[in-house]
Design a protein around this ligand. Sequence first.
Ligand SMILES: [Zn+2]
Length: 179
Amino acid sequence: MKYDDPLPTLYPSPNCDQRPDGIAIDTIVLHATVLNTLEEVIEKFSDPHSRVSAHYTIDRDGMLACHVPERLRAWHAGQSKMKDGREAVNDFSVGIELVNLNDGEDPFPEAQIQALRRLLTTIVARHPIRHIVTHYECADPPGRKSDPAGFKKSWIEGMLANEDPSSCPSGHLLPEGEG
Ligand SMILES: [Zn+2]
């Protein structure tokens, strides 16, 4: 299954729960797995003891794995805070993992980025998304996380029609490769 397949593959994770009542999903958080393979990610997210998950993982070849339905809260952002002051970003976000070592040198292949763009398009169609942020942009305290290191926001430019320009100014991006 490659990025042109609209249906994600299901690899369920028990590491999720209900979102707060009535909350709007308006944020997408991008991560790097640090783990080197999708199989390792599936194993970790399937393990209730890991206490972590994400809604989706995109493999290097563009294969899309779904772990948690978007209506539920996945456990990916941890202690987190948006630039608008909102905390507990898991409450109102969709988490997407990119299989990548997060060393700032491991490349994000074109097929992976294309699959990400396709997935973002579908999520934006389902929810009033206003922010697409990296984990390092919303980790609290700042600097707690570095992922996805080496990811360029320019790869997903223009995905949001109504993006809040204050949410992720390019000046806040880390230089490529900085972990
Ligand atoms: Zn992360």
